[in-house]
Design a binder for this molecule. Structure first.
Ligand SMILES: Nc1ncnc2c1ncn2[C@@H]1O[C@H](COP(=O)(O)OP(=O)(O)OP(=O)(O)O)[C@@H](O)[C@H]1O
Ligand SMILES: O=C(O)C1=C[C@@H](O)[C@@H](O)[C@H](O)C1
Length: 268
């Protein structure tokens, strides 16, 4: 089973209201029963937390988990949410468990496992549904899921390590992020994405000049995704050349398609 990574439209850490867009970076997860003679270990605290939740609640046997991820860890591209969603889909399908909301459960477990500040329901929902999602992470509500025209693509610049996240500093700016969320919710996705992405760059200490220059070069939106450090730009498909060349001056750059709702495949 797999799930997708994403880029941020509105970061939920400041105001608990989040929005994200799914992109075609995949995490693939496969599970199998761990035989009594085998030593089965978990790749991370998050994986262990999720497996133990299902062992305790549904009495499933001990399992081994295989993960293959195209999403660089700690990049701001929703690696942990994609792992949680793919793993929960895999376990529920393998053991025929009915789970009413996989993204909500992924968010709850990721908050309890201590790998996200708000549970990142926005990231988990984009990872699960594809398209563009809007969520209220405080009340664990998925507010809206929108499809995305296939004419857009993302250019990603993987160029730095993550700076510490000063949550208090972000939360002092909650009023601005609420306005940005409202703008996105009304349909001004790219404007909101850019305002969020530049503000996050400023507040978390990332380079603002690179996304600004990408906008001058024709990007429809640009900024820092999640809590950084990845810088992204959105362009129409076919227009990504100048941004790709520009980003390549600063580090490893990749063009990745956006994922619409319904592009989700059910099988591994
Ligand atoms: N590929 C993976 N395999 C196993 N566990 C993972 C993987 N990616 C992330 N995790 C778990 O999630 C935790 C947080 O991951 P990470 O810092 O990559 O979050 P992220 O989702 O990239 O951040 P952001 O929310 O800003 O996009 C890790 O410490 C690890 O426990
Ligand atoms: O840790 C969290 O709760 C979050 C992290 C980032 O991905 C954000 O973009 C997301 O909205 C919330």
């Amino acid at each position: 089973m797999y799930a997708y990574g994403g880029v941020t439209i509105v970061n939920a850490v400041p105001a608990w209201l989040g929005s994200a867009m799914a992109i075609d970076l995949r995490v693939r997860v496969y599970v199998d029963i761990c035989r009594p003679t085998e030593i089965c270990y978990y790749q991370s605290k998050l994986v262990e937390y999720i497996v133990k939740y299902f062992m305790k609640k549904y009495n499933i046997p001990r399992i081994k988990v295989y993960i293959s991820s195209e999403i660089p860890p700690s990049s701001g591209l929703k690696s942990s949410s994609a792992v949680s969603v793919a793993l929960i889909r895999c376990i529920t399908s393998r053991f025929s468990i009915y789970e009413p909301s996989i993204p909500r459960l992924a968010a709850e477990l990721s908050r309890l496992a201590g790998v996200s500040f708000t549970g990142a329901l926005d990231d988990a929902s984009a990872s699960y549904y594809g398209g563009i999602v809007f969520t209220d992470n405080l009340n664990m509500n998925i507010l809206k899921v929108l499809d995305l025209p296939k004419e857009y693509t993302t250019v990603l610049l993987f160029h730095a390590t993550r700076n510490p996240v000063d949550v208090d500093r972000l939360r002092r700016c909650a009023y601005m992020f609420r306005d940005i969320f409202e703008l996105a919710y009304q349909g001004e996705i790219f404007r909101a994405m850019t305002m969020n992405g530049l503000l996050i760059a400023r507040l978390l200490g990332y380079n603002e000049d690179i996304p600004r220059k990408a906008l001058e070069k024709g990007a429809l939106a640009a900024g820092v995704s999640g809590n950084g450090p990845t810088i992204f730009a959105i362009t129409r498909r076919g227009d990504e050349g100048p941004i790709y060349e520009y980003f390549s001056l600063y580090g490893y750059t990749k063009v990745v398609d956006v994922i619409g709702v319904g592009m989700y495949e059910n099988s591994y």
